[in-house]
Design a protein around this ligand. Structure first.
Ligand SMILES: Cc1cc2nc3c(=O)[nH]c(=O)nc-3n(C[C@H](O)[C@H](O)[C@H](O)COP(=O)(O)OP(=O)(O)OC[C@H]3O[C@@H](n4cnc5c(N)ncnc54)[C@H](O)[C@@H]3O)c2cc1C
Length: 530
């Protein structure tokens, strides 16, 4: 009997999920079964770079998928262990029972996934199992973009736009939402009783405790809830604000705005795949088409934001060692600090103890909620790297990877490369002022700092972003002594940023880039401006 195994990884959704839709369609023959599987891979479970908020958000996303499947009488089989070993046993069990097995999953372009999936293809080939993969995590398949660009990875956003608008086929409509999936038969459940030997119920989405993760303390639980339902609700609510959508200009959005934030906060859902980028795109197009006031354009528009995502996915796919400085052909080779003190400074930055309230409030929001605004990310990334601390973007990216609920290999790496002026962006002399920048966003930035740093709750507004300048009498009145209740600044921004610009200039003048990307023999680099 045919069994279509659907392997959930990202794409934790029933809307616009072509791999799942095809697996369901393959079950139209009588006596065929759909087996939805998730594998909790020790590579991730044991990985200390995933923080508790992201685990919570992920488990909520998984529970939501299981809930949707259960509504049709199906169930998600959550296996815990190394995927190849688990699938090998699963396939053997099914084959021994006389089933004809096929496997469906969404393609994933991140380095670990590419290796894992290559191994899966080999495993399936060895067992004569047909495999069907689909690209639905991004609007464009990164390898197709590179192919139509003559084998060159576009590393300039405008060039990338040209490629996708002039050379790529139109974005396909979203796959219809699955309102019904085949139920999981009792026979199939009986066949899978071997999973009971694992010592846990594999038809149960595990809790944080089940997978050995500490539940975060009350004030450290993110207010962002995971799952497809929440994702679609948020998308719908945002798209109702037609003026906001049509006038969206990213640089004009306020990084200090909270409740509501000034951008969509859909990134964690796109990352998990509980929201399809294509669904987002088509909903956006509906609003644009119906608009009587016109709409903004990339790179600053909301569509432009989706294209930034595509841009970094493509760059990440086509660039060797994308997440490293060494061996990365598009990355400036900068001698970042590696001294002992840099460990201490990194820790101060990561824990919101720099003594610069704007920087600290952002890092505290990040730790508590797992999401911060794009310009807030700019501020702290610039501060850590070329702005103030001269610490490698790779170390900053690791901290983000742990704390962000939307942590995404391509986007996190690409944006850190940008902010540290290591790739994509080269105006290293344009530095964010940790005091001057937040002043532009008052009064929201004032409320923001007071919310995330309670010690500064009553601090006079005049000194809020540079509290060390506040007269001691006023500090006493505010109940916050700088150096005791809140740290002194860890550096003199004006002085240190000048020194760092000088160091960046030297690195740039020495032309320290690993080596520029080259076109395959005989081909030009037609659209690549950099
Ligand atoms: C140092 C640094 C690290 C970052 N790390 C991540 C990360 O790990 N994961 C992540 O999703 N985003 C990352 N970003 C990009 C960006 O900050 C977030 O995508 C955005 O702030 C998410 O909020 P939103 O959903 O409200 O965005 P919106 O402005 O509403 O944009 C809609 C969607 O477009 C995409 N998008 C927006 N801005 C960017 C961008 N600059 N690059 C790529 N895609 C973008 C996201 O998927 C986002 O959800 C990083 C930015 C910086 C500066």
């Amino acid at each position: 009997m045919p069994v279509a195994v659907h392997w959930f990884r990202k794409a934790l959704r029933l809307h616009d999920n072509p791999a799942l839709a095809k697996a369901v369609a393959a079950c139209s023959a009588p006596n065929s079964s759909l087996l939805p599987v998730y594998t909790l891979d020790p590579h991730f479970v044991k990985n200390s770079h995933i923080g508790t908020n992201r685990w919570l958000f992920f488990l909520e996303s998984l529970q939501d998928v299981d809930r949707s499947l259960s509504e049709s009488g199906s169930k998600l089989l959550v296996l815990r262990g190394e995927p190849m070993t688990l699938f090998s046993t699963l396939f053997d069990t099914l084959i021994a029972n006389g089933e004809t097995v096929s496997l469906y999953f969404e393609a994933d372009t991140s380095p670990y996934a590419r290796n894992r999936d290559a191994a899966m293809l080999e495993l399936c080939a060895s067992k004569n199992i047909a495999v069907h993969t689909f690209n639905s995590h991004t609007l464009f398949n990164p390898s197709d973009v590179i192919k139509v660009n003559g084998g060159i990875t576009p590393i300039v956003y405008q060039s990338f736009l040209k490629v996708i608008t002039e050379k790529m086929p139109a974005i396909q409509p979203a796959t219809p939402t699955l309102t019904q999936v085949p139920p999981l038969s009792d026979e199939m459940k009986a066949l899978l009783t071997y999973t009971e030997t694992f010592g846990f119920d594999a038809f149960q989405v595990p809790s944080m405790e089940d997978i050995g993760k500490a539940v975060p303390g009350e004030n450290l639980v993110s207010t962002h809830k995971g799952g497809e339902r929440e994702a679609l609700k948020r998308l719908e609510e945002y798209m109702k604000q037609k003026d906001l959508v049509c006038k969206f200009q990213k640089p004009e959005t306020n990084p200090a705005a909270f409740q509501p934030a000034s951008t969509t906060i859909l990134s964690p859902y796109l990352k998990m795949g509980s929201l399809s980028a294509r669904t987002f795109y088509h909903e956006l197009m509906k609003v644009y088409r119906a608009s009587k006031i016109g709409y903004t354009k990339p790179p600053v528009s909301l569509l432009g934001q989706l294209y930034w995502r595509e841009f970094y996915y493509t760059a990440g796919y086509g660039t060797p060692n994308f997440d490293k400085m060494l061996g990365n052909p598009i990355c400036k080779q900068i001698p970042w600090r590696t001294d002992e003190q840099s460990n201490v400074d990194l820790e101060k930055w990561a824990t919101g103890q720099t003594g610069f309230p704007w920087i600290d409030a952002i890092m505290i929001q990040l730790k508590q909620e797992g999401w911060i605004h794009h310009l807030a990310r700019h501020s702290v990334a610039c501060f850590l790297t070329r702005g103030d601390l001269y610490i490698s973007w790779e170390r900053g990216a690791k901290v983000f990877e742990k704390l962000l609920i939307d942590a995404d290999w391509s986007l996190n790496t690409g944006n850190w490369l940008w902010l540290s002026a290591s790739a994509f962006f080269h105006q290293y002399f344009r530095v964010y002022g940790p005091v001057s920048f937040p002043k532009k966003y008052a009064p929201e930035s004032v409320k923001y700092v007071r919310k995330y740093i309670p010690a500064l709750k009553n601090f006079p507004e005049k000194y809020l972003f540079e509290p060390w300048k506040c007269p001691i009498a006023d500090q006493k009145k505010a109940g916050c002594i700088i150096g005791k209740d809140y740290p002194k600044p860890m550096c003199d921004h004006d002085a240190v940023s000048k020194v760092n610009i000088g160091k960046m200039k030297v690195a740039y003048d020495e032309g320290k880039v690993a080596s520029p990307p080259k076109a395959p023999k005989g081909k030009k680099r037609p659209l690549d401006e950099d």
